[in-house]
Design a protein around this ligand. Sequence first.
Ligand SMILES: O=C(O)c1ccc2[nH]nc(Br)c2c1
Length: 162
Amino acid sequence: SEKIAVVPGSFDPVTFGHLDIIKRAADVFDTVYVAVLNNSSKRPLFSVEERMALMAEVTKTLPNVRIESSSGLLIDYAKEKKAKAIVRGLRAVSDFEYEMQITSMNRFLDETIETFFIMTKNQYSFLSSSIVKEVAKYGGDVRELVPVCVVAALKEKYDFTK
Ligand SMILES: O=C(O)c1ccc2[nH]nc(Br)c2c1
């Protein structure tokens, strides 16, 4: 039967690190749902619509990847999509403790959904959306860290001459 995975995240904004994980998941699973999360306590820089549009643009060459937003419990969303796998990216060891906590809670909530971890490319192991926003805010060059449409979106957000 069709093997479906969910790749959840805030993607505020999507980086090459995220894209690397999504591409690897799309290689393994028949269908991948990227779930742009709309329930973070912190105020995101980009709206959920902007984050979905950027994600759609950077994954448009991947025919088995669908972009959706979700604001409820991740395991409820996964069940709704008939996904039996949640896929998360791991960068450095520092990610592991938090991911373990989330994964054990999800298993407690729903034993039937498994979480898989994909190690991101070494060159992206320092990369995060927050560090990219910091660099872009002060005019740094992020062209090797995020796709070109995200470079433009960041310039737009941080153009203080407007
Ligand atoms: O951009 C982030 O904040 C972030 C967080 C956690 C992450 N795990 N794997 C990846 Br790629 C990743 C990216």
